[in-house]
Design a protein around this ligand. Sequence first.
Ligand SMILES: *[C@@H]1O[C@H](CO)[C@@H](O)[C@H](O)[C@H]1NC(C)=O
Ligand SMILES: *[C@@H]1O[C@H](CO)[C@@H](O)[C@H](O)[C@H]1NC(C)=O
Ligand SMILES: *[C@@H]1O[C@H](CO)[C@@H](O)[C@H](O)[C@H]1NC(C)=O
Ligand SMILES: *[C@@H]1O[C@H](CO)[C@@H](O)[C@H](O)[C@H]1NC(C)=O
Length: 269
Amino acid sequence: MGGMNGIESCCGATAIIVAGLVSLLLINGATSLKNLKIIAPERVRVGDSALLTCSYDLEDAQLYTIKWYFEDEEFFRYVPKKDPPHVTFPVRSIQVNVSGSNAQDVTLLGLRRDHSGRYKCEVSEDQPRYDTKLQEADVLVVDVPELEPRIAVDKQRLADGDTLRANCTSGASRPAANITWNVNGKPLNGSRMKFSVSSHVMQIISDDRQRSRSILRLDTSNLFRDNRIHLRCFAEISPVYKGSASLEIIQDGPSVASPHSHREYTKNR
Ligand SMILES: *[C@@H]1O[C@H](CO)[C@@H](O)[C@H](O)[C@H]1NC(C)=O
Ligand SMILES: *[C@@H]1O[C@H](CO)[C@@H](O)[C@H](O)[C@H]1NC(C)=O
Ligand SMILES: *[C@@H]1O[C@H](CO)[C@@H](O)[C@H](O)[C@H]1NC(C)=O
Ligand SMILES: *[C@@H]1O[C@H](CO)[C@@H](O)[C@H](O)[C@H]1NC(C)=O
C-alpha cells in the first residue's frame, strides 16, 4: 500500500493521462470482437467443395450472428440462439452443406466457375455492444485441363552439341497453366545449361479457356547420359493441378533424319 501511495504521489500527471487514454478507448468502442480472420482456398477445382473459415476471438462476449456473403449477397447466416441456427439464401445456386457449417465454418459444395469471386464473413457480437466486423477473401474456381500437356520436338535424334527445339503445350484451362521444364530430372539451370524459353498463352476461340505453350531451345552439349536426354515438362495451376509429359532425346551422329516423335504422357493427379 505504501508503494502504491508512492506511485500516486509521484505520478499524478501520468495517472490522469492513463485515465484519459482509457476513456478514449471506451469512447472509440473498446471491443471484445478481435482477431477476425477469414481462411479460404485461393483456388478450387470446378465441382469440388470448399471450406471457408472465419476465426475470431469474442473474449467474454457471445456471438449474435455470423453472415456469409458472395459478391455482397448474403447466402448463409448462423444465429446460435435460433433453432435451427442456420439459414441459407439462394444466391447463384451456391450450395451450402449445412451440417458442415457452424459458428465459424461454411462448407460450399459443387462449386461452379461462376462461384469465383469475393466471399465475406461478417461477425456480430451479442448485446450490449453488437460490435460487428467483416473480412473478405477471393476464391477462384479453376477449370483444370482435361488433357495432359504434350511435348513436340522437330527432331528426336540429335548429336551432342545440336540445339534441341521442343514445345510443350498444356490442355485448355482457366486460368492458363504455368509450364516448366526438367532436363535429366532437374530444372533448367543457367549455370549448367545454355537454353532459352519463351512462353505463350493461346486463347481458345469457343470459350474463355486458354492453352499455354512453352518453346524451349536447348544446347545439348554434355547433356547426354547413356545416349539419352530425358526431357519433361510440367503444366501447373498451383495448388489444384499438375500434369506432365516426357520424352527421350536420343544421341545420334550428326545429320540423321528424325523418325516420328514418340510421346509419353504421365498423369500426376
Ligand atoms: C456435409 O458435411 C458433413 C459433416 O462434415 C459430412 O459428413 C457430409 O459428408 C457432407 N456432405 C456432403 C454432401 O459433402
Ligand atoms: C513450336 O511452336 C512454334 C510456334 O507456335 C511453331 O512454329 C513450331 O513449329 C513448333 N515446333 C514444334 C516442334 O512443334
Ligand atoms: C544450378 O546449378 C549449380 C551448379 O550445379 C547449383 O549450384 C545451383 O544450386 C543450381 N541452381 C538451381 C536453381 O538449381
Ligand atoms: C504461375 O506462376 C506465378 C509465379 O510463380 C504465380 O504467381 C501464378 O499464380 C502461377 N499461375 C498458375 C496458374 O499457377
